[in-house]
Design a protein around this ligand. Structure first.
Ligand SMILES: Cc1ncc(C[n+]2csc(CCOP(=O)(O)OP(=O)(O)O)c2C)c(N)n1
Ligand SMILES: [Mg+2]
Length: 360
């Protein structure tokens, strides 16, 4: 290894937080409660609207392509959760920060500004896909964008995220790692091993629980002894934040507070974003574990895109202008689908590439 040993680097950091007896779970929460919503400019509001709508229309199209047999394997849609990825990713520094998530990953990639064409091509298993068609829906990856997947093993991305955060610290590049995981994943042991190490080593890491209320067919109250997930870092002195994940402005505000805390060298933060998934767990889910009324109620009263649309109209935007944005996005998504359908599948020789990295 060309670099100095890791122990030298970690020694230079602040002492472990356990020496500070003033730990407060709510210090960041208080900051959020004082100013709940990000003061976005008109331009930013429109951008959030466009990006959330892009995820929704992209996912609707992905669902259709799956139904037509153009997407194989598993496919987990992000519809309903758009405000989480947009609120958080919009606050990242794309030149420095890294992102890692589970298999429900299309929305995060779109939020990161990755071309919908290469994401759709990946979903349909084409050579032009971001993982050359070999990863599919669950295993998308782009080191160029510092997007480290796309992981099918529930909770594993959190431990890998700890490694990414350690790399940021070791290389002194000023970046942080944003590691997303679900309410189900929050019960995996390696998540807590990572929290312990991240707090002990003061790593620049934001743990984000996307609490969409279900892990496959199991509601959180049936699987979790503590359903307020933001509290779960307390044992490691990691401050928690309870965030309305259906409000893009609240998520963005929480991101501002959390990222500043981490960038100032204060170690990791645990954020719980309360959200809801409208579709089944994956495409083969009959969703018998909840009522249609429950889903409809969220769509009618808490939808993140409709809420922002209402706000834009109240601010004087014409409904026709917003419809025009939707039309443009549908066109972008159709072009991505056409591009994917017309792209070739990877050749057999690709079976032997990207299997092992021998040197850097
Ligand atoms: C280690 C492991 N255990 C079980 C599974 C099967 N599995 C796939 S998704 C899932 C539920 C995870 O739910 P959650 O973390 O809430 O994420 P969501 O799907 O709601 O985004 C399970 C149990 C798996 N992929 N990996
Ligand atoms: Mg879940």
């Amino acid at each position: 290894m060309a670099k100095a040993s890791r122990s030298k680097k970690t020694k230079a950091k602040a002492p472990p937080p356990s020496e500070d007896s003033d730990f407060s779970l709510s210090s960041l929460q208080e900051a959020l409660d004082a100013e709940k919503r990000f003061a976005a400019s008109e331009e930013q509001l429109l951008h959030f609207y466009e990006q959330m709508l892009l995820i929704r229309r992209f996912e609707e199209r992905a669902g259709q392509l799956y139904g037509l047999g153009l997407i194989g394997g598993f496919c987990h849609l992000y519809i309903g959760q758009e405000a989480v990825a947009i609120g958080l990713q919009s606050a990242l520094d794309n030149d420095r920060d890294s992102v890692i998530t589970g298999y429900r990953d299309h929305g995060h990639m779109l939020a990161y500004g990755i071309d919908p064409k290469v994401i759709m091509a990946e979903l349909t298993g084409r050579q032009a896909g971001i993982s050359k068609g070999k990863g599919g829906s669950m295993h998308m990856f782009s080191t160029e964008h510092k997007f480290y997947g796309g992981h099918g093993i529930v909770g594993a991305q959190v431990a890998l995220g700890g490694g990414l955060a350690l790399a940021h610290q070791y290389n002194e590049d000023g970046g942080l790692c944003l590691a997303y995981f679900g309410d189900g994943a929050a019960n995996q042991g390696q998540v807590y091993e990572t929290m312990n190490m991240a707090a002990l080593w003061n790593l620049p890491m934001v743990f984000v629980v996307e609490n969409n209320q279900y892990a496959m067919g199991t509601a959180v109250r049936r699987s979790s002894a503590e359903t307020e997930f933001y509290r779960r870092g307390a044992a490691f002195r990691i401050p928690g934040m309870d965030v309305n994940g259906m409000d893009v402005l609240e998520v963005r505000q929480a991101a501002e507070i959390a990222f500043k805390h981490v960038r100032d060298g204060n170690g990791p933060v645990l954020m719980e974003c309360n959200t809801y998934r409208y579709r089944g767990h994956s495409m083969s889910d009959p969703a018998k574990y909840r009522t249609r009324e429950e889903v409809q109620d969220i769509k009618d009263h808490k939808d993140p895109i409709e809420a922002l649309k209402k706000m834009l109209i109240e601010q004087g935007h014409a409904e026709d202008d917003l419809k025009a944005i939707d039309k443009d996005i549908r066109k972008t998504v159709s072009e991505a689908a056409d591009f994917a359908e017309n792209s070739p599948e990877p050749g057999a020789a690709e079976l032997y590439t990207d299997v092992l990295v021998e040197s850097y």
